[in-house]
Design a binder for this molecule. Structure first.
Ligand code: R5P
Length: 330
């Protein structure tokens, strides 16, 4: 099908260039020529080194570390595309940061996820593609189309290929229970849920080890292989506390699956040295070589994002991708 826009072009900043390259290779188009650099005074400078007039532009930027710089790069790239008269500008944000600051759950706090959504729109995004938001309702912080995809099916497929018949899927907290249930249904496995409490929300220790307590377990795990599943691993504390509880309750082996490998501070080291046999994640965020260990498996979301970009460019529905990924939504 032909597009109502001119040529498809993709650009990236420094959020996750390897993922952007993989998407571009999959689409069979070269990366757009762009300069994204920082002046000595810390001002970020962006220049599109090719015309985007009337083109269908996709700006790929994962909100990785250093986070504030990556956010500014994204905003400035969007602004550059808008001012260069692009036909349409789509922000492709594989990992949307600040998703956990999505409500006023204590006095005098901001809703930073909403602020970020506002900034992305003001900068020039006309639509957004993202993956596994911390909460689906964040879609509604935007007044432009948001296609939220899920990489959960990649993780499900990875484990279903193991053909284990003694698996229990475990949600590391109540908040993720519904999505963990969908994961369990797709694997044909039962579900267990950990009751998690965060002891220290704001002031993290020097090692960024957020204090988390896994208090109790709903479900039976004794003698089973457990797969802990979550949207992201930040400090790793949620997964580690849950893994210890599962081992204490007689689990045979513990695996972990999470879409977004934030791996803040010493998370990688702590996970490597933990009872978790294997952590399966994706490349929505870059994982530095020093944060990799033999038990870390990174699956690529590039084919999924490339397909969605191609469909959106061609004006073809992405509905079948959503259905395929989440047959058990409800
Ligand atoms: C929290 O609600 C999220 O779903 C994750 O459980 C959380 O982001 C993990 O954080 P951490 O790895 O720091 O425990």
């Amino acid at each position: 099908m032909s597009s109502r826009f001119d040529e498809l072009r993709i650009f990236t900043g420094n959020g996750n260039p390897a993922l952007a390259q993989a998407i571009s290779a999959r689409l069979g188009i070269p990366m757009g020529d762009i300069t994204v650099t920082t002046f000595p005074n810390e001002n970020i400078f962006v220049k599109l080194n090719e015309s985007v007039r009337e083109k269908d532009v996709f700006v790929i930027q994962s909100l990785a570390s250093p986070l504030s710089d990556r956010i500014m790069e994204l905003l400035i790239m969007l602004d550059a595309c808008k001012r260069a008269a692009a036909g349409r500008v789509t922000a492709v944000i594989p990992y949307f940061a600040y998703g956990r600051t999505d409500k006023r759950d204590q006095p005098r706090v901001p809703i930073t996820a909403r602020l970020l959504a506002d900034m992305i729109q003001v900068a020039g995004a006309q639509q957004v593609i993202t993956l596994d938001l911390h909460a689906g309702q964040i879609q509604g912080f935007f007044n432009i189309p948001v296609d939220e995809l899920s990489a959960m099916s990649l993780l499900v497929r990875y484990f279903s290929e193991r053909a284990w018949n003694d698996v229990v899927v475990v949600s590391p907290d109540m908040g993720f229970a519904k999505r963990a249930r969908n994961f369990a249904e797709q694997l044909g496995a039962p579900l267990a849920i950990v009751e998690k409490r965060r002891i220290q929300q704001l002031a993290l220790s020097e090692t960024h080890e957020a204090r988390v307590e896994a208090r109790s377990l709903i479900g039976e795990v004794s003698g089973h292989r457990c797969i802990l599943v979550d949207d992201e691993i930040s400090t790793g504390s949620s997964m580690l506390a849950a893994a210890d509880l599962l081992i204490a309750q007689g689990a045979r082996e513990v695996y972990a699956a999470a879409v977004h490998p934030v791996l803040a501070g010493t998370a990688a080291e702590r996970l490597r040295d933990s009872p978790i046999c294997e952590l399966v994640t994706t490349d929505t965020l870059p994982v530095a070589p020093e944060k990799r260990w033999p038990g870390l498996r990174v699956l690529s979301v590039a084919p999924l994002l490339a397909e969605v970009i191609q469909r959106i460019h061609s004006g073809v529905s992405v509905d079948t991708i959503f259905r395929h990924r989440n047959p058990a939504l409800g």
